[in-house]
Design a protein around this ligand. Structure first.
Ligand SMILES: [Zn+2]
Length: 310
């Protein structure tokens, strides 16, 4: 979740200018990732998990983001771990830009009884850190912030070996239909439902990724566009209009895919024939699982989208 979206959805969260203010920090550790430094702070409260296990989880998420973007997007970030008494699992995450001297700040509320297995299954830490790799957008374009984080998170974790490609595509096949427009939809800029914000945004990213790869003979992808946006200073601590980010992304891939697709999707309900897309990518459903088909036309594109860097 991105901070401004939390306000839009009226999620109970601190409206205070400085999240975490007033909390007692019982431990603070520094995590170096390339040239970036993440300050991992632990607020007071009971936790079954060790600080070491949580710290390593933050490292894994930051490493995945670094693998996808080529570097951690901001030079300094704060990750605040806040225990939630009597709860299990990873409860909630929010990320802000330009907070108390940090270009990026993520707060993760962690259940007292969260386990090592919960951390192993957790996507939220990577999702939150991904928010740092895109500029802050006006309210109407929050779907792009959330869609991007939703789309990139598993692809980043494949790169570091935390997930495999089969798991990623299985989940996309299962979840992507939640992003399709419903009756009365007026396009992504005007339809701020949960499904359109998270999965509509993710579907925008997937369709753009495939199209960039189609047009460039699979030499460029959405990843190249996103890296260029970060390289131009498009990180969460800066407010940009979406058009500016998309233009930089298109320039990096030598296409007009992002700009043209946004023009089509922003004010109109664009339905994607996902079944056709999965078939072209060589993905066949088998109950709750999927299997890969090797002779489909876009197999190479599928392999390039979710690949391990190891
Ligand atoms: Zn988010």
């Amino acid at each position: 979740m991105n901070a401004s979206l939390a306000a839009v959805l009226a999620v109970p969260s601190v409206a205070a200018a400085q999240p975490g203010r007033g909390l007692t920090i019982v431990a603070s550790r520094e995590l170096k990732i390339g040239r970036a430094t993440l300050q991992v702070d632990f607020a007071a409260g009971p936790l079954d998990l060790s600080q070491d296990a949580i710290f390593e989880h933050v490292r894994a998420a930051a490493s995945a983001i670094t693998a996808y973007y080529g570097r951690f997007p901001v030079e300094r970030a704060r990750v605040l771990i806040v225990p939630v008494p009597d709860r299990s699992g990873i409860v909630q995450g929010t990320t802000w830009g330009d907070m108390a001297g940090f270009p990026g700040m993520t707060r993760v509320r962690l259940g007292q009884h969260a386990t090592v297995d919960d951390l192993k299954d957790d996507w939220m830490m990577t999702h939150e850190l991904d928010h740092m790799a895109f500029p802050s957008l006006p309210d109407d374009q929050h779907w792009m912030e959330e869609g991007l984080a939703t789309y990139v998170e598993p692809l980043a974790r494949v790169m570091t070996g935390e997930l495999n490609a089969r798991q990623v595509w299985r989940d996309m096949v299962r979840d992507m239909p939640k992003g399709e427009p419903a009756e009365g939809d007026r396009g992504l800029d005007n339809t701020h439902t949960w499904g359109r914000t998270y999965w509509g945004g993710a579907m925008f990213c997937l369709v753009a990724d495939v199209e960039i790869r189609r047009q460039t003979g699979n030499k460029k992808g959405l990843q190249d566009a996103l890296r260029a946006i970060v390289a131009h200073g498009g990180t969460i601590d800066y407010e940009w209009p979406l058009d500016k980010a998309l233009a930089i992304g298109d320039q990096a891939t030598g296409t007009h895919v992002l700009t043209e697709q946004y023009a089509k999707w922003k004010d109109a309900p664009v339905t994607v024939d996902l079944n056709k897309l999965w078939a072209e990518l060589g993905i066949r459903r088998n109950g709750d699982e999927i299997e890969f088909v090797s002779d489909a036309p876009l197999v190479k594109i599928r392999e390039a989208i979710a690949h391990s860097s190891r």
